[in-house]
Design a protein. Structure first.
Length: 271
């Protein structure tokens, strides 16, 4: 069971309610920035948001789990970004995105701009351009309430692993910026970790996001046996059990710069 860093107070309540709410994804978190505007019931913005959810329910391309969507016309245009973790198949990705987008609208309602993270995917929407923008809000952190028995060694092993994975992820191409791996900490315990940026980040912005995320580990994740740092443009996670699958293979040839084929740019669904 995870508890949110921002909702510590509610943690025990959530734990006791968890049994009553089996349908809810225990990994789901959502967030918003307070002053970015609200939409009202039956507005065009709400209709466009619903169109984004339908788009996310009827994706036909896989695109390695990354989608850049929009619906409607300014000033009610909704822009969205959706990302699945690099180890999810197309079916797993589609169902995660549909569930997460639906739950986002229900659990963080009326905000023109909001972000949700579930175990295997991330969904964001806004009434402005968000593609390629490094962002640090909203963010949260969700940790396992169990503590590591040897926090110092655990953290040393984890830091080195996260640094290695961050370098690999940031150097990933435009299709995917993801890395997962394991390390041995004190007591010969194995730590499993994965990090990922939305692939619209360039190497520098991805590194920046992951560096900020690693700094947050010290605040919220220190001494825990599992934790997720959740940001709008990158996610970091570690556990004491192997939680990831083999990454979905990317095309073996690097995408050629000219001409850009359909698989080299993120799917853009207008409307
Ligand atoms: C937007 O909605 C939230 C939640 O319903 C509310 O707390 C907030 O005051 C609203 N903000 C504005 C600017 O209306
Ligand atoms: C929105 O539309 C529904 C169905 O047409 C209606 O029942 C409801 O009163 C409307 N709400 C607002 C705030 O206009
Ligand atoms: C992403 O979607 C926006 C529309 O919201 C579009 O203007 C932009 O060109 C798209 N970017 C890419 C790289 O597909
Ligand atoms: C990095 O993020 C910043 C802040 O959003 C943005 O202005 C900049 O264009 C991004 N850099 C690149 C190369 O995409
Ligand atoms: C990190 O990378 C270095 C250099 O490739 C390697 O020697 C080390 O074993 C790696 N450590 C972990 C924890 O992955
Ligand atoms: C840890 O990662 C290595 C590759 O770096 C892999 O060979 C090994 O099987 C993994 N160990 C476990 C326990 O998953």
């Amino acid at each position: 069971m995870e508890c949110s860093g921002r909702l510590l107070f509610y943690c025990s309540l959530i734990l006791s309610l968890a049994a009553l709410a089996l349908a809810d994804d225990p990994y789901f978190e959502c967030g918003f920035v307070e002053d970015r505007g609200n939409y009202t019931a039956n507005s065009s913005y709400q209709a466009n948001l619903n169109r984004i959810v339908s788009q996310l329910s009827s994706l036909t391309e896989f695109n390695y789990g990354f989608f850049n969507l929009s619906a409607g016309e300014s000033p009610d245009e909704v822009k969205a970004i959706a990302l699945c973790t690099g180890d999810r198949t197309q079916d797993e990705c589609n169902s995660c995105l549909h569930r997460t987008a639906t739950e986002l609208i229900q659990r963080c309602p009326w905000h023109k701009e909001a972000t949700a993270w579930s175990e295997f995917c991330l969904v964001r929407y806004a009434n402005r351009d968000i593609f390629g923008q490094l962002e640090s809000e909203p963010r949260t952190c969700a940790f396992n309430t169990r503590k590591a028995s040897n926090p110092v060694q655990f953290n040393d092993g984890l830091s080195e692993l996260l640094n290695n994975l961050s370098n690999i992820a940031a150097a990933g191409g435009p299709l995917r910026k993801y890395a997962a791996g394991n390390a041995t900490a004190g007591n010969l315990q194995t730590i499993y970790a994965a990090v990922q940026c939305t692939p619209d980040m360039d190497k520098q912005n991805c590194t920046h996001c992951l560096d900020d995320g690693k700094a947050e580990f010290l605040n919220c994740c220190y001494g825990r046996i599992g934790c997720r740092v959740l940001r709008p443009t990158c996610i970091l996670r570690f556990e004491s059990n192997p939680f990831y699958h083999t990454a979905v293979p990317l095309p073996s040839l690097p995408p050629s710069p000219t001409p850009p084929g359909p698989t080299t740019s993120p799917t853009s669904i207008g409307g």
